[in-house]
Design a protein around this ligand. Structure first.
Ligand SMILES: NC(=O)c1ccc[n+]([C@@H]2O[C@H](COP(=O)([O-])OP(=O)(O)OC[C@H]3O[C@@H](n4cnc5c(N)ncnc54)[C@H](O)[C@@H]3O)[C@@H](O)[C@H]2O)c1
Length: 304
């Protein structure tokens, strides 16, 4: 939202706030509390706002919930997306940017995957993101929309929800600041590509604005740099300890422990940002160390 406002856009928000928080939104941005599965209410909002562009982030975001409740996953991630695409086409929106996922499309890869890597989604969440991209492409062929699927790697940053099952940085950060013991799944040697939230926001704005050579494109948004979960815990522990000291706290954060491995966790997943640089003129601006520092200090402020 901040990135859109900074570029002079007049955004509005549709969210049912099942996961998101109003506090993360600027107070002067119009908000419609609507579930994207509710096509009638969605249609009223689109009639009222008639958006020029749509940035579709709303989703069932948990891989493990998708495995427990594949029908719910499809209702939100496929039927909800279809409602958004139908309304976008109906009111003449020009472009839809869709939050897809490099993490779940490419599977286990130890070198940064490019967009043409084979797609191997193994969870209902991954399947719904892959199907979603294909629906978006269909709407660009048949219904006059332009579409960009942005395949994010692992997004982290100051406003991430620490209460979910995904988002290791936010979960660890909140637990460490509270002096709780962090549990690392398995041996922790699970390599991920961490991209900073505000960098992802700027990729979305570019994907909304930049002239496209073709009506549909899928573009990775990541760093191509791999970091394992043990390293994340190590770096965070140092930063959180420093933050606590700065707050005048004598709390010593306990050492983490290793738990049972999580079923189906990929050993390594990295995505190449090269195409994003060519097509969008985008590259990640924030280093992981600096991004973690920002995240810890913002979570630290909330915990005081
Ligand atoms: N965080 C990551 O690492 C990551 C990686 C790849 C892709 N993505 C995708 O990026 C997007 C944003 O994810 P996030 O991590 O910011 O998660 P998030 O939970 O912060 O955002 C999802 C938003 O969707 C809203 N929402 C959920 N169901 C809804 C419904 N039925 N109707 C209306 N609103 C609904 C939630 O309230 C929340 O505000 C999602 O599409 C997700 O699949 C995220």
């Amino acid at each position: 939202m901040d990135a859109l406002l900074a570029r002079g856009h007049s955004p509005f928000v549709i969210d049912n706030f099942c996961l998101g928080s109003r506090q993360n939104l600027p107070s002067d941005v119009p908000v419609f509390e609507v579930d994207i599965r509710d096509s009638a209410k969605l249609s009223h909002v689109f009639d009222e706002v008639k958006p020029h562009g749509v940035c579709h982030q709303a989703a069932q975001v948990s891989v493990s919930r998708s495995m427990r409740e594949p029908i719910f996953d499809a209702e939100v991630n496929i039927l909800g997306l279809l409602n958004v695409l139908e309304q976008s086409a109906r009111v003449g929106a020009q472009r839809v940017v869709f939050a897809s996922s490099g993490g779940v499309l490419y599977g286990d890869v130890s070198t940064p995957a490019t967009e043409d890597f084979p797609k191997r989604p193994i969870s209902p969440y991954g399947i719904s993101k892959w199907v979603g991209e294909q629906y978006l492409e269909y709407y660009t062929r048949e219904r006059g929309l332009q579409g960009v699927a942005l395949r994010y790697s692992n997004v982290y940053g100051p406003r991430q929800n620490p209460h979910g099952e995904a988002g290791v940085v936010a979960i660890f950060c909140k637990a460490m600041l509270a002096g709780e013991v962090v549990t690392i799944n398995g041996d922790g040697r699970y390599v991920r590509d961490y991209v900073y939230g505000p960098d992802v926001a700027s990729a979305n704005v570019k994907a909304l604005e930049i002239p496209l050579n073709q009506s549909f494109d899928a573009i990775n948004i990541g760093t191509g740099i791999g970091i394992d979960v043990n390293e994340v815990a190590e770096k965070l522990a140092g930063l959180v300890q420093l933050e606590l000291r700065n707050q005048g706290s004598s709390l010593q954060i306990p050492h983490w422990r290793h738990g049972v491995p999580r079923l189906g966790d990929l050993r390594s997943n990295l995505i190449s940002p090269i195409r994003a640089s060519h097509l969008l003129g985008w590259k990640p601006e924030m280093s992981f160390d600096e991004g973690l520092r920002e995240t810890v200090s913002r979570f630290g402020l909330k915990s005081v």
